[in-house]
Structures are given as structure tokens and as C-alpha cells.
Design a protein around this ligand. Structure first.
Ligand SMILES: [Zn+2]
Ligand SMILES: [Zn+2]
Length: 234
């Protein structure tokens, strides 16, 4: 499905994408949907009930093979052939982007389309572990990486060792991790944000500021999430 990009977030992972010659980074994409075009297969099968004009979010999960063991178990984000916008295909730092319809999350009425872009990566990656943590009702949660002064830092694990305090194990506690989420997970995250009044706090940038955005992320300078606003210019 091709979506007209209204907003596109800047994620730390885009630093790596930006190093690849010819690549278009961007995997936090929100489309206004005004000039969305449905592919033949989508129109025929109505995947996810998408209609022309529906606003949607695409994130780090950009589609899966749909037939491997992970996909058939429902773990589509663990598909070894999963697609990632910006890496597997041109990403969202553009005026339009094409993603599989099943990688697109419907934006609920009541949320500003611009505000939903980071839901596709930062939002769902923070929300998903909370859903799977079996927390007691009204339990308290500390999200590591939420630093003072409003900075949101998502911590990625690069395959190296993590040192765990012995006390953690003694108390029967555990550390879990989640790799992004599916489009359905992103829809759940947006429904949660809508219900509890959680809204994005962002620094808006014109789309031409790609190099500046990468520089800011590298220097850990942004105070809030950087999000390109395709309706503004330099
Ligand atoms: Zn990301
Ligand atoms: Zn698969």
C-alpha cells in the first residue's frame, strides 16, 4: 500500500541506515492517507480492511514472509525474512512510501496523525514489553532509558553480554526484551495512548533536515523525539 507521508520520526537506528549509500531512512511513518493507493492484491482481498484515504502508521516492522515457523506461530516480528523500512525497502523520510498492508496500523479517530509516527517504533517498542510483563493491575513500572529532562532513549542490545545483579535473580525477577511489534501491537499502543491521554512531545523538522537530524541524534542533543513534518519547508 502506498501512503502519503505526513510525519516521519527520527530513530537512533536511522544513523546506521543513513550510512548505506542510496538508502532512504525512516521507519516511524504516519500517512495522512489522502492520496493513498491500494495495490491490486489489497483491493481484491481487502487486507486489514484498508480503504483509500485511511490514515495509517508503519514502523520498524515492515512485513513478514507469512509462511515460516515464526509467522505461522504468530510471531511475525521474529520472521527471519521480515522487512524493515529504510533497510529492506525505501523508508519514510520521503513524501510517499510503499509498505505491505499488513504492516500498516490504523490510526484511531481522536489522535493527530502527526503524533502517531513514532508509535511505529519507539512507541510500540516501549508499550509491547509492558503488555507482556504480566504486571499486576495498578502495578508500577520503571522504563529504563526515560532519562531526566524529558529524553527518551531506547536501549538496543547488540548481542553482547548484559550484567545482571544477583539480587534480581534471588527475588525471582526477570529481564525481558521485545523487538518492536506488529501493526496490531501498534494499534493497541495507539488505543492505549488515546484512552490515557498520552501524546507525543516532539521537535518538528522540515524533511530537508535529514543530515541535521542525524547529527543531532549522534550528539544525543535532541530534547524530544525529532519528527519530520512534510507540510513544512526550510
Ligand atoms: Zn526505530
Ligand atoms: Zn516468516
Amino acid at each position: 500500500m502506498r501512503i502519503s507521508v505526513a510525519a516521519s520520526g527520527v530513530c537512533h537506528a536511522d544513523i546506521g541506515t543513513a550510512r548505506t549509500p542510496g538508502a532512504t531512512p525512516g521507519h516511524e511513518i504516519a500517512g495522512a492517507g489522502a492520496d493513498a493507493e491500494l495495490g491490486d492484491g489489497v483491493a481484491r482481498r481487502r487486507v486489514g480492511d484498508w480503504r483509500v484515504g485511511d490514515p495509517g502508521v508503519a514502523g520498524w516492522f515492515g512485513g513478514s514472509c507469512r509462511h515460516c515457523a515464526s509467522c505461522r506461530r504468530g510471531g511475525i516480528v521474529h520472521c527471519p525474512d521480515r522487512k524493515i523500512p529504510g533497510l529492506s525497502c525505501p523508508g519514510g523520510w520521503a513524501e510517499s512510501v510503499t509498505v505491505p498492508a499488513d504492516a500498516l496500523a490504523h490510526i484511531p479517530d481522536g489522535l493527530d496523525v502527526f503524533d502517531t509516527a513514532p508509535m511505529g517504533c519507539a512507541g510500540v517498542t516501549t508499550f509491547n514489553p509492558l503488555c507482556h510483563a504480566r504486571l499486576p493491575v495498578w502495578g508500577r513500572v520503571a522504563v529504563f532509558g526515560l532519562r531526566p529532562h524529558g529524553r527518551l532513549t531506547l536501549i538496543g542490545v547488540d548481542g553482547g553480554c548484559i550484567h545482571v545483579l544477583a539480587g534480581l535473580v534471588m527475588n525471582g525477577q526477570s529481564i525481558g526484551g521485545h523487538l518492536t511489534g506488529s501493526a496490531q501491537d501498534t494499534e493497541d499502543a495507539m488505543a492505549f495512548a488515546l484512552t490515557y491521554g498520552i501524546r507525543l512531545v516532539a521537535e518538528r523538522l522540515p524533511l530537508e533536515y535529514g543530515n541535521e537530524a542525524i547529527g543531532l541524534i549522534r550528539s544525543v542533543a535532541p530534547r524530544f523525539r525529532l519528527v519530520f513534518d512534510t507540510t513544512t519547508t526550510r
